[in-house]
Design a binder for this molecule. Structure first.
Ligand code: APR
Length: 248
């Protein structure tokens, strides 16, 4: 792919780059997106009816089992070339922040370091009552595992519909967007707030805004550069075009 020379120049000189990723960034790892993920036993449920505090209060076992099933699916997938290209970019840019809406942990797995998981991480579990994190829990198939400290029910450490985003992560993400010289929006439909507002915050502060997405989004008309295709193909090519041939 031929990238505009202006973009190459901006990236070569950039000291501060921020990136927002969404479900599309994981698509080439074989992970179905949130709404596509319902199959088999789970096809009868809408994700919106499982990923909420109300659903957990109503039927904690059903919600726990759905996440256990999704966690197993995630364990079988690996980062794709797009994830690794972002690690490569982080190695080249002095101040690099990766903000993700994905809960699959694939950016961390790939080696991204300055990472803000805005919607949490499905592989982490915490107590719904006291908030204590735990890495081990019983595999009793009859009931939801309980917190060792307070006996509250354990839940995935993800942001459910109707819940606030983690304040510290959100603040850091907004700051990173405002400070960025180049801001990337990758594999996200850009319709879920407040993450979608990050690109606008960056643009308002004068950042060059770049979109890499399978299809145009509401953000596209507001970008400086938009590439429509797979992030797992475009990102490695871009990193190679800017910094040479040592991307993975
Ligand atoms: N490369 C780039 N983009 C892709 C690819 C790919 N290989 N495959 C799909 N896409 C694009 C789609 O065209 C779509 O525009 O990724 C976008 C994914 O959009 P959504 O499914 O809406 O995902 P996202 O933006 O992450 O949603 C935000 O909403 O469902 C909730 O909590 C969930 O974190 C999620 C949030």
């Amino acid at each position: 792919m031929d990238f505009p020379s202006d973009l190459i120049r901006f990236l070569t000189k950039a000291e501060r780059v921020s990136v927002l990723t969404g479900a599309g960034a994981s698509q080439e790892s074989g992970l179905r997106t949130f709404r596509d993920s319902q199959s088999g036993l789970w096809a009868q449920y809408r994700p919106e009816d499982l990923a909420s505090p109300e659903a957990f209060a109503r039927d904690p076992k059903l919600v726990w089992d759905w996440y256990a099933w999704r966690r197993e699916a995630i364990k079988g997938v690996r980062p794709n070339a797009g994830h690794y290209a972002l690690v490569e970019m982080e190695n080249k840019i002095p101040t690099f922040t990766l903000v993700t809406q994905n809960v699959d942990g694939l950016h961390r797995f790939a080696g991204s370091r300055n990472l803000l998981e805005l919607h949490g991480n499905i592989l982490r579990v915490r107590c719904a009552n006291c908030g204590t994190f735990t890495e081990t829990w019983g595999d009793d198939t009859e009931s939801v595992p309980k917190c060792e400290r307070c006996s509250g029910l354990l839940r995935p450490d993800v942001v459910w519909f109707g819940e606030a985003l983690p304040r510290a992560e959100l603040e850091s993400a907004v700051n990173a967007a405002r400070e960025a010289q180049v801001f990337f929006s990758i594999g996200t439909s850009g319709v879920v707030q407040p993450a979608a507002a990050l690109a606008h915050a960056a643009r308002n502060k004068g950042a060059v805004v770049v979109e890499i997405n399978a299809e145009p989004t509401p953000l596209t008309p507001k970008t400086d550069f938009a590439f429509h295709g797979k992030s797992g193909e475009i990102l490695p090519e871009l990193v190679k075009a800017v910094w040479g041939n040592n991307s993975r």
